[in-house]
Ligand binder design. Structure first.
Ligand code: PMP
Length: 306
């Protein structure tokens, strides 16, 4: 990914894509303490706009706070950096990656006295789990890896190090021919996907694991809460077991990258009719209407980049 034209925002400067480098002795590279965001900008009739920029930026600062890192920029500067990166790279719709890391002043576990940095990059990125996945649904495997315990890594931080667990789960699932992994919490209840929150639908009611299972508080997850209310659907956060997923009528993953991706199979067991369900489709349509600027009620969630 490094050999591209374009600009990356690094510590307040726009840097040539190829020159946006850090030293091999950077603290985060060795110990994994850093935080990031995944954000999307969509092409709307009113121009390109970043979806829920404020909430993503807030979560980045909260992640840094949890990790005891002080970002040397204000949230306003970081929001402006994200708008600038989309603008300067002339992207119509794209994925954005802000990341904060600890510098190369010294090594040793303690980051005290080290520098904190921030970068924002943006590039075009289509459907994370495939265009076909959005239509037909994906095949998922319950991971043999357990999701983080809430007092081992901090699960409300979108921390760099949390993703080793996601990588292992995703590689295991995809090596076995599945599209994505679903992880259980240390007590055996459903937590989330490797990079997605999970929803199941049973008898018209929408359920999602409550955050005590260690799932990230997804911004798409919150968007689904609003959509359910608009559609008159009852939504409940609760502990969910693996077998409750097996016998649900419909299921889907949500995430900034994954958007709303139906799940048609878990552990080779067909969920419902084994394809995108009718309620999932309604929610998915409402979601794409909102992010693409076709629902005026949520116009405030779209920040124009121009
Ligand atoms: N869980 C994990 C582990 C994730 O990486 C993501 C993607 N950020 C999500 C859930 C979904 O969060 P969001 O909807 O805010 O992208």
């Amino acid at each position: 990914m490094s050999d591209r034209d374009g600009k990356i925002w690094m510590d307040g400067q726009l840097v040539e894509w190829r020159d946006a480098k850090i030293h091999v002795l950077s603290h985060t590279l060795h110990y994994g303490c850093g935080a990031f965001e995944g954000v999307r900008a969509y092409k709307t009739a009113q121009g390109t706009a970043i979806f829920r920029l404020q909430e993503h930026t807030e979560r980045l600062f909260n992640s840094a706070k949890i990790l005891r890192m002080k970002i040397p920029f204000t949230p306003e500067q970081v929001m402006e950096a994200q708008r600038e990166v989309v603008r300067v790279n002339q992207l119509e719709s794209c994925y954005l990656r802000p990341l904060t890391w600890i510098g190369d002043k010294k090594l040793g576990v303690s980051p005290k006295g080290n520098t904190i940095h921030l970068m924002v990059a943006a590039w075009p990125w289509g459907a994370y789990l495939g265009e076909e996945g959005l239509q037909r649904g994906i095949r998922v495997k319950t991971s043999s890896y357990t999701r983080h315990h809430v007092n081992i890594t901090m699960t409300q931080a979108k921390a760099v190090s949390n993703y080793t667990n996601s990588i292992l789960a995703n590689m295991e699932a995809t090596d076995e021919g599945y599209d994505e992994a679903m992880l259980l919490d240390p007590a055996g209840f459903v937590a989330e996907g490797a990079g997605e929150n999970l929803f199941v639908i049973k008898k018209g009611v929408v359920y999602t694991p409550d955050l005590s299972a260690g799932a990230l508080n997804g911004i798409t997850r919150d968007t689904i809460f609003h959509i359910c209310q608009d559609l008159g659907l009852t939504l409940k956060e609760k502990r969910i077991t693996r077998d409750e997923v097996y016998i649900c009528d419909e299921a889907f993953f949500t995430g900034t990258a994954a958007e709303v991706t139906p799940i048609r199979e878990l552990d080779r067991i067909e969920l419902g009719a084994g394809r995108r369900g009718p309620i999932t489709e309604k929610i998915q349509t409402a979601f794409f209407d909102i992010v693409n600027g076709r629902n005026p009620k949520y116009a405030h969630w779209l920040t124009p980049v121009a």
